[in-house]
Design a protein around this ligand. Structure first.
Ligand code: SAH
Length: 379
């Protein structure tokens, strides 16, 4: 039997036999219930054989978790084997279902920048096996109902509208892991946008779990720091042009020392990536110029990367305030020569950068700063 990972069947009103341990089957049952199936569930071969009436010709037989493994391995204790053989002779399709995740556990899951396609397969598995999902607004939450039968709890925050304080989120995560799901403890997924450990407060949540003795693991996600520039065709590094990228939070204004450090890196061709930086962009642009970064340094704002309404604004450091006033969150700001490749190097930017790369490779350390390189045409 194949694991049921990629099938999408309508089971509305159809009889489905589910076989497996009650504890392991709780998520599979919830999924079939949600799919509209009429479920006949048996938690042991004895329960099946002792039942007054069993569906004679179900649409599907689902075997959950260890029951599936045992019958698949043909182990002598595979009490389900005769039942499965019976349905096989009737030609009823059989499917393996994974066991629900363990109670009392927490998984911090990175959901990527918001599109379903950028959820990892580990993230999909964790969601499928969860009893409770606590999610953020930037996580791909519109997709959740189709990915999990878990209880969904919105703990999202919008900038400036702190809906649930972080301490309360930490408390909720631990509380659900220990006492959720009917008081017996839940398998909890904490779903966050991007990667949980990139401006995601995942470290605090993991520490809160550890302090409470709740086992916790992390499923890394695709961070908007890289994926959102990529959505606009901007690579954060480019051979010979940018061999560093620095990701900073613009949530609070940077200090002049930070402006100087970033300007230094950017002047060497390094890419500066700013998250949560729309409100502080005028302050950042002015600070970088004061620190000596060339006003002609390319700058892009990529709004709603990988989402409907994605928009890229390409300008340069000296015009940032004037030309990005209409930009709104969520957005990633990219500063550096790589911005010339926006739109995958349209308008000959790739060739232009090639020339720049050759120039830099010919004069490595101490060469003329990239910011002073001839500007040429904008991408
Ligand atoms: N942990 C997340 C970042 C959380 S901070 C990650 O790794 O991506 C939230 C910021 O991420 C937003 O203010 C914005 O700067 C950026 N962001 C997240 N998703 C985005 C998207 N789809 N488009 C543009 N920016 C996004």
């Amino acid at each position: 039997m194949q694991p049921n990972l990629s099938l999408s069947l309508s089971l509305e009103g159809l009889p489905v036999v589910v076989l497996g341990d009650a504890e392991e089957s709780r998520q599979a049952l919830a999924r079939y219930r949600r799919a509209g199936a009429r479920i006949a569930f048996y938690d042991s071969p004895e329960a099946y054989l002792g039942a007054v009436a069993v569906p004679s010709r179900p649409a599907l037989v689902a075997v959950v978790g260890s029951a599936a493994q045992r019958s698949a391995a043909g182990a002598p204790d595979a009490g389900w084997a005769p039942v499965l053989a019976h349905y096989r002779t009737l030609g009823v399709p059989q499917v393996q279902e994974p066991a629900a995740g363990p109670r009392g556990h927490v998984t911090l899951v990175g959901g990527g920048p918001g599109s379903r396609g950028l959820l990892t397969s580990d993230a999909l598995e964790a969601l499928r096996d969860a009893d409770v999902v606590l999610y953020d607004r930037l996580a791909p939450w519109q997709e959740l109902a189709g990915l999990t039968a878990a209880q969904l709890i919105d703990v999202g925050k919008l900038p400036g509208h702190h809906k649930v304080p972080q301490e309360e989120i930490n408390r909720l995560i631990v509380e659900h892991a220990q006492h959720g799901c009917g008081g017996r403890g839940a398998n909890v997924v904490r779903l966050k946008g991007g990667d949980p450990f990139v401006f995601g407060r995942g470290g605090e949540e993991a520490a809160a779990c550890a302090a409470a003795g709740v086992p916790v693991r992390v499923v890394s996600g695709i961070s908007s720091a890289v994926a959102v520039p990529a959505a606009a065709g901007i690579p954060v590094t480019h051979r010979g042009v940018s061999h560093s990228f620095t990701v900073v939070s613009g949530h609070a204004p940077l200090t002049s020392t930070e402006h100087e450090s970033l300007a230094g890196l950017a002047a060497e061709g390094g890419t500066v990536v700013v998250l949560m930086g729309i409100a502080t962009l005028p302050h950042l642009a002015a600070g970088l110029r004061r620190a000596g970064l060339d006003s002609g340094t390319p700058l892009a704002v990529v709004e709603r990367g990988h989402l409907a309404g994605q928009r890229t604004t390409v300008t340069e450091l000296g015009r940032a305030e004037a030309e990005t006033g209409g930009c709104a969150n969520p957005a990633v700001i990219v500063i550096g020569e790589v911005v010339r490749l926006a739109g995958f190097g349209a308008a000959g930017a790739a060739a232009e950068l090639e020339g720049l790369a050759e120039q830099l490779l010919a004069h490595p350390a101490g060469a003329e700063p990239v910011g002073a390189a001839p500007a040429g045409g904008r991408a």
